[in-house]
Design a protein. Structure first.
Length: 247
C-alpha cells in the first residue's frame, strides 16, 4: 500500500491547501479554508466515526456542499463527474473486490450524463436509469494510470474477458466500482454517508484522508474508462491518510 499511497500523493498533493489549521470541528483532519478553491469543494474538516457496525463518512466544506454539479453534455463520452472522496487504507477485499486491487475509497458523486446505480430510483420517478445527476455513493478502487496522463489516477478498469471478484451490487460497468445504494446527506456545509460493515474493526483499525475532485469519462469510452482530471483539494495536504476513525 505504501507505493500506491506515495503515487497518489505525488498526483494529488500539489493541488491541496495547508492542513491541520484551527477549526471549530473536533477530531479528524482539520484543513485551512482556501479562497482559491471553489467553496463547495473547499474541504475544512474530514472524519470517520463509528457507532455499532455503522461508519459515518463526514466532510465539511467552506461553502454549500453539493451546490455545483457538472454541466450535462448529452452523451457518456467525455462527460464529467464531481466527487467528495474518502481514500482509506481498507483492503478492497473487505467490500467485495480482489485483495490488494488498489486504494479503496468511499465516494459521493454526481454526473448528469449517465446513471451507474441501476438498482435504485433515487429521484422516485419510477425509473432507475435517469438519476445520475443526484448525489449518490460508491465504493471505488483507484490506481495511478499513465494512460490518464502523467502521474494521473483512474478508477481501475476490468479488462475484457476477465472476471474478478466483485461486490453483489456492482453496476455492470467494466470498472472496480460498486453502487451499494447508501444515500448521502448533503446539509448546508457538510456531506455525510452512513455505511454498515459486518466487521467494524476493519474501519477502526484503518486510516483515511479526504479529497474533492473531478473525473472524466474517456472520450472513446474505452480503457481507461474513468480518470481523475482535476483535484480541487486534499484534506491532509499530502494524501498521507493521517485520519484515524473516532479520533
Amino acid at each position: 500500500m505504501k507505493t500506491l499511497t506515495l503515487a497518489l500523493a505525488l498526483a494529488l498533493g500539489a493541488a491541496s491547501a495547508h492542513a491541520h489549521d484551527a477549526s471549530p470541528h473536533k477530531g479528524g483532519i482539520q484543513s485551512k479554508a482556501n479562497s482559491a478553491v471553489r467553496a463547495d469543494f473547499d474541504i475544512v474538516h474530514t472524519r470517520i466515526t463509528t457507532d455499532g457496525n455503522v461508519a459515518t463518512f463526514h466532510m465539511a466544506v467552506s461553502g454549500k456542499a453539493g451546490r455545483t454539479t457538472p454541466a450535462a453534455t448529452g452523451k457518456l463520452a467525455g462527460s464529467d463527474v464531481f466527487s467528495y472522496v474518502w481514500p482509506t487504507s481498507i483492503d478492497p477485499y473487505e467490500v467485495g473486490f480482489e485483495r490488494g486491487a488498489g486504494i479503496l475509497a468511499m465516494a459521493v458523486t454526481a454526473h448528469p450524463d449517465f446513471d451507474d446505480t441501476p438498482l435504485y430510483d433515487e429521484n422516485g420517478d419510477g425509473r432507475r436509469d435517469n438519476d445520475g445527476d443526484l448525489w449518490h455513493s460508491h465504493w471505488v478502487v483507484l490506481k495511478p494510470n499513465e494512460a490518464c496522463g502523467p502521474g494521473a489516477l483512474g478508477v481501475v478498469d476490468i479488462p475484457a474477458g476477465q472476471k474478478p471478484r466483485l461486490p453483489k451490487t456492482w453496476p455492470g460497468l467494466p470498472l472496480l466500482l460498486d453502487s451499494p445504494g447508501w444515500s448521502p446527506t448533503l446539509d448546508a456545509k457538510t456531506v455525510e454517508v452512513k455505511v454498515p460493515f459486518d466487521d467494524i474493526g476493519i474501519v477502526t483499525a484503518g486510516s483515511f484522508d479526504g479529497v474533492t475532485s473531478g473525473l472524466r469519462v474517456n472520450a472513446s469510452v474505452h480503457a481507461p474508462l474513468l480518470c481523475v482530471v482535476d483535484v480541487f483539494k486534499v484534506a491532509s495536504g499530502d494524501l498521507s491518510l493521517p485520519g484515524k476513525p473516532n479520533r
